[in-house]
Write a protein that binds this ligand. Structure first.
Ligand code: GDP
Ligand code: IMO
Ligand code: MG
Length: 422
């Protein structure tokens, strides 16, 4: 496998973790390039379920190098907890994980600011994961952030953190939030920094060295296209570039070294958090929630559910340069008689075949649907394309065609073996 970028083609939780795990078999290195522990990627190995937040999903395959790139924002305490959690499940982390020196650090004031700003927004809240992601990326852009390399420098960390706590406590007071004790924040994060020290490296140089020797690299996306800070449904987005360009800036690997882009999408649509979702439908939500599915891997919130939105995924295909699609959760539609697909939007007398940029206009958009006959038989046991019911094959081909890319993987269950490679 050449260098591959994997992105979410919808609003996150597309099943990227599962597909990354499958593609890791043919990769030497897996790199996370953006986001933080707002992400929750689920991977099943046998009956054991793993949910990773900051560590690349590739960690679950033996002998692969996993890299947390410079574009990620790292909560040091959260990362220590995650490493310990994996070790408790007998996953080998030592020798298989590198953390970028220049990744920014998420500190307790970021989480507190995230929470307070959401409260202040009231009904206009974004519905963030409250992991401090927005405030941490704000500090990065404002050039007031602390990086992993600073966390490891005793004097510098103490000096800068003292100033940052003082300033952020003033802001938190004004927002009505709770202020933080420098001593406690300093102590706990220093401890976490010391724990992480052996993993920290110049990941840009290490990746290029490995690449020159022929290593195959998988760039693992977090979140999804419509949560992208530039291309998503702003302001109902996260604070990083979740689209394919983020893989370059977030790793230091240039665009001309990337060979293909794989987009992951569900056979329907989900979104967790606020913001428009034109195809949202309570019947399909009840169906999926009733099956015990579509609850957030990070926050446990019930995900909003809707029909497949081909307008959105076509846009995702365009901005990411998606070559191939992996469609997951096909089995979620197994019981349906008719399946709707959104092929356009209508707002008043206007019709759109793209996502309008004005969030108020987009919120008013009603989907224009086309319908497909269901297959009404379980697909969970299918292991080859031929074993899928003919209507399921037609549906899969149609949604990939709408989205203008090749269908390369169909997933019919959370397990590794429930994967059909085309
Ligand atoms: P990610 O954030 O994109 O990695 O996705 P999440 O892990 O947050 O959510 C996807 C959910 O769908 C997880 O519970 C997966 O185990 C599950 N999943 C992935 N692919 C399939 C599939 O084809 N069928 C079923 N039933 N579940 C799947
Ligand atoms: P994975 O990688 C789904 C959503 C939040 C909220 C918005 C902003 O598992 O697909 P943030 O905490 O980032 O400031 O929240 O983005 N969000 C996700 N939704 N999957 C994710 O990650 C998400 N990460 C953030 O729910 O709407
Ligand atoms: Mg997720």
């Amino acid at each position: 496998m050449p260098n591959t970028i994997l992105v979410g083609a919808q609003w996150g939780d597309e099943g990227k973790g599962k597909i990354i795990d499958v593609l890791t078999e043919d990769a030497d290195i897996v790199v996370r390039t953006q986001g933080g522990n707002n992400a929750g990627h689920t991977v099943f190995v046998g009956k054991q379920k793993y949910v990773v937040h900051l560590i690349p999903s590739g960690i679950l395959r033996k002998g692969k190098l996993c890299v947390i790139g410079n574009g990620v924002v790292i909560d040091p305490i959260g990362l220590v907890r995650e490493i310990e959690g994996l070790k408790a499940l007998r996953v080998k982390v030592d020798g298989g994980l590198l953390i970028s020196e220049t990744a920014h650090v998420v500190l307790p004031y970021h989480r507190e600011l995230d929470t307070q700003r959401e409260i202040l927004k009231g009904k206009n809240r974004i519905g963030t994961t409250k992991r401090g992601i927005g405030p941490a990326y704000s500090d990065k852009a404002a050039r007031t952030g602390l990086r992993v390399i600073d966390l490891l420098n005793e004097t510098r960390f103490e000096q800068v953190l003292r100033k940052r706590i003082k300033e952020n406590n003033e802001i938190l007071k004004a927002l009505g939030g709770k202020t933080l004790s420098f001593k406690k924040v300093h102590e706990t994060n220093r401890e976490a920094g010391d724990y992480l020290r052996p993993y920290v490296a110049n990941t840009v140089v290490r990746l290029h060295e490995a690449s020159r020797k022929g290593a195959r690299i998988l760039f693992e996306g977090a979140q999804g296209t419509f949560l992208d800070i530039d291309h998503g449904t702003y302001p109902y987005v996260t604070s990083s570039n979740t689209t394919s360009g983020g893989a370059c800036t977030g790793s230091g690997m240039p665009p001309n070294r990337m060979d293909r882009v794989v987009g992951v999408m569900k056979a329907y649509t989900t979104r967790v958090g606020e913001g428009p979702l034109p195809t949202e439908d309570s019947d399909i939500a009840d169906l999926l929630h009733g099956m015990g599915r579509e609850f957030g891997a990070t926050t446990g919130r019930a995900r909003r559910c809707g029909w497949f939105d081909a307008v959105a995924t076509r846009h995702a295909s365009m901005v990411n340069g998606i070559d191939e699609f992996a469609v997951t959760n096909l089995d979620g539609l197994d019981t349906l008689e008719r399946i709707k697909v959104c092929v356009g939007y209508r707002s008043g007398s206007k019709q759109y075949d793209y996502i309008p940029n004005d969030i108020e206009v987009f919120s008013e958009c009603k989907p224009i649907y086309t319908e497909f006959p269901g297959w009404r038989v379980s697909t969970e046991g299918a292991r080859t394309w031929r074993q899928l019911p003919v209507n399921a094959r037609r549906y899969l081909k149609a949604i990939a065609d709408f989205a203008c890319a090749e269908l390369s993987i169909a997933s019919v269950g959370p397990a590794r073996e429930q994967t059909i490679m085309l």
